[in-house]
Ligand binder design. Structure first.
Ligand SMILES: [Zn+2]
Length: 108
């Protein structure tokens, strides 16, 4: 199977834990701002909740998936009440990036 270039959007179509396909009813929009959109996904198969933050900025589109205990209603409440700052998004993104760099250097 050919690997798609735009892997980021797989976060919205597949469960990040068990990789099974997410149906349309499994994905909910939590909040939408100018440069940042937050989705919640619930996997019916492994019962895991994931928050997906898609952020557009100078470095292009980036998508981050974070496992959470919150269901979509709780997530909506939390995220709308207390906006995740851009700094937190960037910190999470850089952490993931470092991990990937780590993996890459180990594979070489
Ligand atoms: Zn799953």
């Amino acid at each position: 199977m050919e690997k798609r270039k735009d892997e980021n959007l797989d976060l919205l179509s597949r469960c990040s834990s068990c990789n099974s396909r997410l149906g349309n009813d499994a994905v909910s929009l939590i909040s939408k701002e100018k440069t940042k959109t937050v989705f919640h996904t619930f996997c019916h198969k492994c019962q895991s909740n994931t928050l997906i933050i898609i952020s557009g900025g100078a470095r292009g589109l980036m998508a981050i998936g974070m496992a959470t205990d919150l269901n979509k209603d709780e997530a909506r409440e939390k995220i709308r009440g207390k906006t995740i700052s851009a700094d937190e998004v960037i910190a999470a993104y850089e952490m993931i990036n470092e991990k990937q760099e780590d993996l890459k250097s180990k594979n070489l």
